[in-house]
Design a protein around this ligand. Structure first.
Ligand SMILES: Nc1ncnc2c1ncn2[C@@H]1O[C@H](COP(=O)(O)OP(=O)(O)OP(=O)(O)O)[C@@H](O)[C@H]1O
Length: 635
């Protein structure tokens, strides 16, 4: 099987599993269950409608209750509007074209709202996102075609990225080294500018990967003709980069829909840029005319005479002609906006949005590549002459639903493969600006060949004088037993101990720094049930409000990319068999352990944990650093 056939078959397995899990979530579940699972908004109210491209209408919906529920409605996903009167028949499918706060816009494949939408209560269901899979399959197919065609200008890059040939560098190109960057970051900058096909920025926690990328993209923007494409697997990551690039003075076009509602971000979107464009007045005038023709046509609805039917047809044709004009004007506006654009930012799938689908780029940057599914990367790569991968394959990998696909290799990212195949393309950023060096040390030893250094401004930092930056609190022999709740594990006594330690730490801090600002604190557990338990306990701990406000409690995954002054990790597992479940995913643990700036406290049972090499060595590391504590001291 060829490289791309193999990837295609893995992706097929994944799509099947994803569909199956989606079906289980939706089929034979009630509206309220679907709503709780984030798959449905109900009830919703129609806040407006507008004619749009292709004679469709865009309807704006607002959810009027249950505002706090998380949901899966995202730009570009399919969804159906339905009525509660007859939900199996009264439904119409569309695509989410905007989502912000409690509103979303749905583009429906019809030119008129159905009659049933005027009575009964309305809701929207999110549908399985076939489109993202279709785009990925299509990209793999096209990549294979290029690879088979020795005349294809893309064949070389594809061969590099599939490990069949080596990357090339133009060593005569000199980057302008930046005084804002450290030695390693400047090395990465040079690597990026010299790369003819592939450069890789490996950025461990807090090492300034984003800072480096922004500087490199600024220099590339001056050299490359035409825009640079910058993609990342999540909207949150795309938003962050879009903001920083825009602040650096670049003209950024954010394709798709920001995950966060922020004015600065919104102005970068195509919608906002179109609203600012002089030609928008014309579009508004045309749309109004078309709407008037349609309204007139609809008046003939209940008259069946031939003359009326002809009249109605004429009016529709007129509206259609005007909408064609709207489309042409919109395309002109988009082209005009694109000529001024230096950077296009999007998710991988978003890079194929119809407005930018056909664009080719000299340089494509894939950020957070350690979290990107490889088939999605190929959507962006096919638009590139040269690819810059940035990320850290020693932190969280992409989420894969099918164990089979994961075990057969879908969880191995293009970043990881490329780092192995082409070490000459890689620059490791070695200086970090987040952690006290004691917190950093174990991660550096296990994942980064002991190469990381802490910048002098952070190396010795602690919460207060005399406080040690790392603690391992050993619960061995305390009889704290784990319990299984559903599919998640919980350890209530460990949770209580953690909160006791935290309360004490805050008291010590207050005594040492009576006027000190409240530090930011994360309480993390790999297990969801334990995180929920901890949330409850922290809420009722009696910790003063000023400090309580700064504490967030959650599972590891939600903290990737973030940092806190203090981090607690509750390890939960405590059993005679030495069964540690997914604590064995040491990359996830790497993320948890590297969020802390000044203090990291890990609480767990050494007897269970030490049966696994990673934790045995961690406990040894803590012992050697004088960071080992027995839980008995707090009981
Ligand atoms: N050369 C530098 N000199 C001083 N501070 C720096 C330098 N590079 C980065 N920093 C600081 O380090 C912090 C992290 O930088 P940045 O956000 O670029 O890192 P990152 O590697 O993208 O982070 P993450 O760990 O979230 O991936 C920021 O506060 C930034 O200002």
């Amino acid at each position: 099987m060829s490289y791309f056939e193999n990837l295609t078959s893995l992706l097929q397995i994944e799509r099947e599993e994803d569909r199956t899990q989606y079906k289980q979530l939706t089929e034979s579940t009630s509206v309220s269950e679907r709503r709780a699972n984030g798959l449905t908004w109900y009830p919703v109210a129609i806040r407006g409608t507008e004619l749009t491209k292709g004679d469709y209408i865009s309807v704006e919906l607002e959810r009027t209750t249950h505002h706090d529920l998380a949901h899966l409605f995202r730009f570009g996903v399919p969804a159906t509007l339905f009525s509660n009167h007859n939900p199996s028949d009264d439904r119409i499918e569309g695509l989410v074209s905007y989502q912000g706060g409690n509103r979303l816009k749905l583009t429906l494949k019809t030119d008129e709202l159905p009659d049933w939408s005027r009575d009964g209560k309305l809701g929207v269901d999110v549908l399985f996102d076939e489109n993202s899979y279709d785009e990925m399959f299509a990209a793999l197919k096209v990549a294979q075609v290029h690879l088979n065609d020795s005349n294809s200008p893309k064949a070389h890059l594809i061969k590099v990225l599939t490990g069949q040939t080596i990357p090339t560098f133009d060593e005569y190109i000199q980057a302008k080294s930046s005084p804002k960057l450290n030695e390693f970051q400047n090395k990465a900058l040079t690597k990026i500018l010299q790369a003819q096909d592939l450069a890789i920025v490996h950025g461990p926690p807090g090492t300034g990967k984003t800072t480096t990328l922004v500087e490199a993209i600024q220099q590339l923007a001056q050299k490359d003709q035409g825009p640079i494409l910058v993609v990342a697997p999540s909207n949150a990551a795309v938003d962050l980069l879009s903001e920083k690039l825009s602040l650096a003075g670049l003209n950024v076009l954010r394709v798709g829909n920001p995950a966060r509602v922020s004015d600065a971000l919104m102005t970068l979107t195509l919608d906002a840029k179109m609203t600012e464009h002089p030609a928008i007045k014309e579009i508004k005038r045309f749309k109004k005319q078309a709407q008037e023709f349609k309204n007139m046509a609809h008046k003939y609805k209940r008259n069946f005479g031939k003359a009326e039917r002809d009249q109605r047809k004429l009016l529709f044709e007129e509206a259609h002609k005007i909408m064609k004009e709207v489309e042409r004007t919109e395309q002109y506006m988009i082209d005009d906006i694109l000529t001024k654009t230096q950077i296009v930012t999007a998710t991988m799938v978003g890079a194929n949005h119809y407005t930018v689908r056909k664009l080719q780029y000299k340089t494509v940057v894939i950020d957070e590549a350690g979290q990107a599914l490889e088939p999605a990367c190929w959507i962006a790569i096919l638009k590139a002459q040269r690819v810059i991968l940035a990320g850290d394959h020693c932190q969280l990998a992409p989420t894969i639903k099918s164990n089979e696909a994961s075990q057969k290799g879908l969880s191995k990212t293009l970043l990881e493969k490329s780092v192995e195949a082409h070490p000459e393309s890689v620059v490791l950023l070695q200086e970090q600006y987040r952690m006290n060096e004691l917190i950093m040390g174990y991660s550096s030893q296990v994942f980064y060949q002991n190469l990381l250094k802490a910048h002098e401004s952070v190396a010795q930092r602690t919460l207060f004088d005399g406080e040690i930056a790392l603690n391992f609190v050993d619960t061995a022999g305390c009889g704290f037993e784990e319990k299984l709740i559903g599919t998640s594990t919980i350890n209530p006594e460990e949770a209580q101990l953690l909160v006791k330690h935290l309360t004490q730490l805050i008291e010590n801090y207050k005594a040492e720094k009576p006027d000190g600002a409240a530090p930011s604190i994360a309480v993390i557990s790999p297990y969801k049930q334990q995180a929920l338990e901890l949330q409850q306990l922290v809420q009722h701990s009696g910790i003063e409000e000023k400090f309580l406000k700064r504490i967030s409690v959650n599972t590891i995954d939600s903290f990737q990319g973030q940092e806190r002054d203090i981090v607690y990790i509750s390890m939960v597992r405590n059993n005679a068999e030495g069964e540690i479940g997914f604590l064995s995913d040491i990359r996830r643990m790497n993320v948890a352990m590297t969020r802390a700036k000044k203090k990291l406290v890990v609480i767990g049972d050494s007897a269970t944990l030490a049966q696994f090499d990673f934790y045995a060595k961690f406990i040894e590391y803590a012992e050697n650093a004088g960071s080992y504590l027995s839980a008995w001291e707090f009981m």
